[in-house]
Design a protein around this ligand. Structure first.
Ligand code: RIB
Length: 309
């Protein structure tokens, strides 16, 4: 690959996915329908989504020297993601233990494994990030590393997009180095310090306006209610969702972020990039799994063309 536009510093997991009519309650056993292993992880998912949308992508992270790590490497490389900065760690590949219920909703427990060994921003990371246009970060690598990477990217003049998932209270200063925060309604509520959550587009707009005082741009995704965008000095933007039948919402948010990033580095206006991201997420929720669900650039184009006619 000649030129890297997007660098993703993030997690790679093997998703161990059980489909069942419903998730068990505490202390309960239910019978599942299927079990599959699917490459995932929020970082690898965002990298794949951006690459399928047409961006030049480099992935930085760690997997174990095991079968899961081998499958993740093979998939990323086959999809054109540059993986020279994906190291073999002395821990097993991270795993995500996922239950998908009959409505397509999921619950996930992540065991970090190799992802937890990426504790320091190396000279190699710095060199690769400084050659990029955009850095994508999530919170499945150690928080201190994420903060270091955002600070370095700000110093190097590289635009940073943070997905605060899985959400935790953010360390002081991290948001100051983020250019675009993309959060779902729950994550946005936590980042804004709001109790009681965010359930409507109006509330999401309020939260986005609060967070936009610290981050240049904020996108709050609301599933079937679409997304809202707020930026300092710009009118708030509402992005409607496309109505589709969801079979599995896993990685829909990662698909949204990867395709949004691909659109922005491609020079699209924010509203157009958000519309493509929303279309890609609508396509992803109609398919099973994480890496199995992200659409290609052509599929996104066709989906949008069908909606325009
Ligand atoms: O966002 C979806 C991802 O979260 C899954 O692929 C799983 O690996 C967890 O990291």
């Amino acid at each position: 690959m000649s030129e890297t536009s997007i660098v993703v510093l993030g997690s790679a997991n093997m998703d161990l996915v059980v489909s069942a009519d419903r998730a068990p309650q505490l202390g309960e056993t239910v019978t599942g329908r299927t079990f599959r292993t699917v490459p995932g992880g929020k970082g690898a998912n965002q990298a794949l989504a951006a690459a399928r949308a047409g961006a030049n992508v480099q992935f930085l992270g760690a997997v174990g020297a095991d079968e899961y790590g081998h499958r993740i490497r093979q998939l990323l490389a086959a999809e054109g993601v540059e993986i020279s900065g994906l190291v073999d760690a002395p821990e097993p590949t991270g795993t995500a233990h996922i239950t998908v219920d009959g409505a397509g909703s999921n619950s996930i427990i992540v065991v970090p494994g190799a992802n937890g060994t990426v504790t320091t921003l190396t000279d190699e990371h710095r060199g690769i990030i400084s050659g990029a246009t955009m850095l994508l970060l999530q919170l499945e690598l150690p928080l201190k590393l994420v903060a270091q990477a955002a600070a370095f990217a700000r110093w190097a003049g590289v635009r940073t997009v943070l997905t605060p998932a899985p959400v935790v209270p953010l360390p002081d200063g991290l948001l100051d180095n983020v250019d675009v925060l993309v959060a779902n309604e729950h994550e946005a509520g936590v980042v804004a310090g709001r109790t009681g959550g965010v359930t409507s587009a109006d509330q999401a707009s309020e939260v986005a306006a609060v967070v936009a005082k610290r981050v240049r741009e904020v996108v709050v995704t609301l599933g079937e209610q679409g997304a809202v965008h707020a930026a300092t000095g710009a009118d708030p933007l509402r992005v409607p969702a496309f109505t589709v039948d969801a079979v599995d919402t896993t990685a829909a948010g990662d698909t949204f972020v990867g395709v949004l990033a691909a659109g922005l580095v491609d020079g699209l206006e924010t509203a157009a990039a958000l519309r493509r991201a929303s279309a890609a997420a609508a396509l992803a929720v109609q398919r099973f799994g994480a890496s199995t669900s992200m659409p290609s650039r052509r599929e996104i184009d066709r989906f949008l063309a069908d909606r325009d006619t």
